[in-house]
Design a protein. Sequence first.
Lengths: 291, 386, 328
Amino acid sequence: MGAAWLQFVASGLTTGAIYALVALGFTIVFNASGAINFAQGEFVMVGGMSAATLAAAGVPLPLAILLAVAVAVIVALVIERVAIAPARHAGTVTLIIITIGVSLFLRGLAQLVWGKGVFRLPAFSGEEPIAIAGATLLPQSLWVLGGATVAVLALRYFYGRTLAGKAMLATAFNRLAAQLVGINTRAVLFASFGLAALLGAVGGVLIAPIAFTSYDAGIMLGLKGFAAAMLGGLGSFPGAVLGGLVLGLLEGLGAGFVSSAYKDAIAFVVILAVLFFLPGGFLGARSSDRV
Amino acid sequence: MGLSTLSRAAVRPVLAALALAGAAASVQAQEAIRIGAFLSVTGPAAFLGDPELKTLEMYVERINAEGGVLGRKLQLFSYDDAGDAEKARTFAKRLIEQDKVDVIVGGSTTGATMAAVPLAEQSGTPFISLAGAVPIVEPTKKWVFKTPHTDRMACEKIFEDARSRKLSKVALISGSGGFDKSMRAECVKVASKYGVDLVADETYGANDTDMTAQLTKIKASGAQAVLNAGFGQGPAIVTRNYRQVGLTLPLYQSHGVASREYIKLSGPAAEGVRLPAAALLVSDILPANDPQKPVVSNYRKNYEDKFKSDVSTFGGHAYDGLMLAVNAIKAAGSTDKAKVRAALEATKGYVGTGGVVNMNANDHMGLDLTAFRMLEVKDGKWSLAK
Amino acid sequence: MPAAATVSEAPAPARAWLARPRSGGTLLLAALVALAPLALPNNYAYEIAIQVALNAVVCIGLNLLIGYAGQISLGHAGFFALGGYASAILASRYGVPVWLSLPGACAVVGLLAWLLGRPTLRLKGHPLAMATLGLGVIISIAITTEDRWTGGPDGMQVPPLVLFGLAVQGEQVWYWITGALLVATVWLALNLIDSPNGRALRALHGSEVAAQTLGIDCARFKLQVFTLSAMLAALAGALTAHYAGFITPAKATFLHSVELVIMVVFGGMASVFGAVVGAAVMTVLPQLLTALKDYEMMVFGAVLVATMVLFPQGLVPTLARWWGGRPQ
């Protein structure tokens, strides 16, 4: 029985890393605009689907990945210009509906372009499971975990050390003040959408070998990614990763020990309990209202 | 020119015009035969509805190109219910009330079908369902028929095979969708008939990406074989995880993943997996004297040539549904709904992609267990299990 | 002898009465409901009308929560489905007559909403959205998994409503029932908004802190609106179940909750008629778009985005503003 719970943990970490990558994308857009981008799951899907179809057409894998990420970023930037920027002064709920409309549009477009089939990418470094004390982990899961870690470190560096990143942080903090010091806040929103799509697409590519991808893969990923971001603390990058891993672990352990049918419900109950006591999530800002 | 000459000169063109008008009128009077379809073309059951729609559209076109049925063209009215039973009901109502169809071939999922059954019964419209569960035809409903094998038949075929391999302890793992749950329930019901003892009963969500936790529990349950009642991408992930956790027990899948896509997604892990399926998937290796060989080979060639994608047994069910309807209309000599229904019920010896169909007043499906073949994955391809 | 007074010379109070939404607007809606059957050619059209009416009832409640009270709920489909299942289970497994199981289901869901609402509504903004989303998902999973009660993913059959010994079946009968319900709900909602409770709600939306300093018990009002909107959703869900004769868990999914929020925001927040218009458009539009086949989802998404970009406050308030020519 000892190996069993270790396998539950391994299973949970695998799914958790996937959620972490999606959650990071939510955090980026939230940091730049205060809005939730419900189309984030679709960015992940576009990245994965583009790479899978390119690879199936014979394009060598590294090039396929590069092109796929480029496609996702371009799509995101176009959407930002057409749908988000014109509505940036609208209320939060309106923006949410707009991003939902965008996700529907992207899903419909994906369905037309790629059909309704399920695709996968070949694993990056082989399919042999790695055995650790009786539990098994796929090498691709390590890629996903590694990808999430690298992403967090890179974002930390970007936001902390580069001028562009600091400009984004400033805009998130107080848009008016940022404009007053000469930051082009429209460009910040534009760039952050592209960045979120970049991250999402990379995530989609990394998970395609184990989670597959299809035109509607974005729905569940978006939902779980949002939940993970809220759990870990919206606006915090380490929080997004932590939230993703915890959510995955809750599902894996819930499936293993309690009931595989109810594992999602268990995870959400825990999230609700956390939110009731810590509305900002684990690492989110302890918010105080300005009166 | 006298008046009589003038009138005689005028009479011929007028007569000709009248004759033409009469011919045109009689062609117009040959109204199209309306076939209605509500299918799950998008959503969680797109796996079912997409090939079904493609098949219906392709064959309606082909039949019309060959002259139609009873000299009339076929007209297809199709709607996408996206896997939602309530939408399916609305579309079924639309087909019956607004589009005034003569026969319905549709209902990709059991939920969608059951939602439309009362409408078909009340309005007296023949309804050929493309869904799997037993309640559709048990108890028999006057106006409702179905073409796919029931999930109970799949369970029976699998347990029959397990018994022949002396496997009596079977672990179940299934998804959370309607197809999965329905098949799981049927398997639980018929297990004891085949001396099978179900030692585990795990489930996973439709969009889950890792089932190693559930498979680890199954590993510890003392099972001699595993049955995955599922469809969509879940079973492929289960198959990969199966090898990952080191399970080597015989693995049975459901007829829901009888497709080349399943093998592609599962990779080498699919080797040795068995499942019950219609002969369509192995049309190329069927013996020459197999009664189904011409029909399935023909359908497969047409589908793969036109759509450049692998044939699917679900598309085959739609083909059977359409052909049964067309044959019934021909036998009835009209689209009178009562006559078509009676002709459908009297179908005997129809060789379709699903098997040989023999219906009667108590059996509105017409297939028996021989319609299912036990297939096994060998060298990355479907082959007939020995 | 003076000529009979024409409408334009009608005494001022009557004109003012007609111009107010509660009276004039409701009258107009009632007239629309009464006259619409002249334009409905077949039972399918009646079916769509019934769906519009029931969706509108849910949306009016949801609008009170989102538009007037300024909260958000991404899980309202859960209440809708619970209402349907509760009434179905009471009626078919416990033999409760449907005219009793309907209000019973509303009461059960109302109680649940009241209990769950107390901790949930202490959250604001995105955490509240997440909490309501989570509630909806949990309800959806429970309904799908407990198949001994609910029939599982394929749903369950629901007995019809029986009044005075007669089964209430048929599109036309149900049209009148749901139409009357819609008019009544609109009238009730407009009354609520004009009442002291309604003004408290609007103050709450404006600024919760300011409202508290005025002595308004915000937590209580938020909970009241939440419970009311949950009960309206449950009522609509139960009526849908008994009308259609069956119910499936598809009614409890996150996607359905999102559909409801789209209807409310599209039609116009803080506008009761906006909720009705939003429900009408979002119910009829997919039926019209079926002609587009594969392009349907894409076009629907594009239409949604375009409308929200052009009418950020929703259809009805923006149109009302253009019409009235003055800022709201």
